[in-house]
Write a protein that binds this ligand. Structure first.
Ligand code: PLP
Length: 286
């Protein structure tokens, strides 16, 4: 079965899909995106992801080319055509194709809309969560608006690759004051000495994760205290537990940071408890 993508109004074989070399995202990373989990054939926390897409579009003064109702139909059609019951759907909107010039293209230039879906291996993800992941720390060298989900991800890409080459899965980014902002592709959390969850406030220094927001609700339901405040690497080294969150990783326990063991060196009960509860709370739309 060949994979099917959606490009500017057409379903097309993934291998044949493409956009112009004049596309603003190709030339300037002038685009935004979302990644939504598909679990048991349903889209998880779709409303939150689409609300964030609208916010990203507003922040970049970009007009979304599809009404939300149509967009939702496209995402479902992609899941169906690609027979994805467990996986993700990726969607990207760019400022369109225009002769290369930093100024915005002339009004009326159609935005580019691309989406595709892919499968993920649920058993492999659960095995990874049982083992836990390793993290390295790196300076946060991103631009000052990582709260907007743009395709401008070069520092994130370099950080992820450096993590992989160091035998880790994620890089935690540390700001000029020594605080961990977030991961290169996830939000960062620790569990402090009192058992409270600690994560960076959702200000302009981090992406306000949809998974992160859902975990606030689950933490409250589980009676866990939660504090939104920056934390340092030193605090993380001595935390009882640490984990990352995101639509592709859900809650993924961290067992080592910069080669230093976190907690017992195995995924802890708080992280695993949040992970286990996630799909009981996150709204699933079919
Ligand atoms: N932070 C960054 C930099 C990310 O790239 C992501 C997800 O891709 C997240 C946080 C987590 O966001 P979400 O939970 O909405 O997937």
């Amino acid at each position: 079965m060949s994979r099917i993508a959606y490009v500017n109004g057409r379903y097309i074989r993934h291998a044949d899909a493409g956009v112009s070399i004049d596309d603003r995202a190709f030339l300037f990373a002038d685009g935004i995106y979302e990644v939504i989990e598909i679990f048991d054939g349903k889209l998880i926390d779709e409303a939150g992801h689409l609300a964030r897409l609208e916010r990203s579009a507003r922040e970049l003064r970009l007009t979304l080319p599809l009404a939300q109702g149509v967009l939702k139909l496209v995402l479902r059609e992609l899941a169906a055509r690609n027979r994805v019951t467990d996986g993700h759907v990726y969607l990207q909107v760019t400022r369109g194709a225009a002769r290369r010039d930093h100024f915005f293209p002339k009004p009326g230039t159609p935005a580019t809309f691309v989406a595709f879906a892919h499968r993920s291996d649920r058993a492999a993800a659960e095995a990874k969560a049982r083992a836990g992941i390793k993290v390295i720390s790196l300076p946060d060298i991103r631009w000052k608006r990582p709260d907007i989900k743009t395709t401008s991800l070069l520092p994130n890409v370099l950080a992820k690759q450096q993590a992989r080459e160091a035998g880790a899965y994620e890089a935690w980014l540390v700001d000029a004051d020594g605080y961990v902002t977030e991961g290169a592709s996830s939000n960062a959390w620790i569990v402090d000495g009192q058992g409270a969850l600690v994560t960076h406030p959702a200000d302009s220094a981090i992406l306000s994760g949809i998974t992160r927001a859902r975990l606030f609700q689950i933490a409250a339901a589980q009676g866990l205290a939660l504090v939104e405040r920056p934390f340092t690497l030193e605090e993380a080294f001595s935390a009882g537990e640490a984990f990352i969150s995101g639509a592709t990783t859900l809650v993924m326990p961290v067992v080592a940071i910069d080669g230093r063991t976190i907690g017992s060196g195995a995924p802890g009960p708080v992280s695993l408890g949040l992970r286990a509860a996630f799909h009981d709370y996150a709204p699933a739309s079919g």
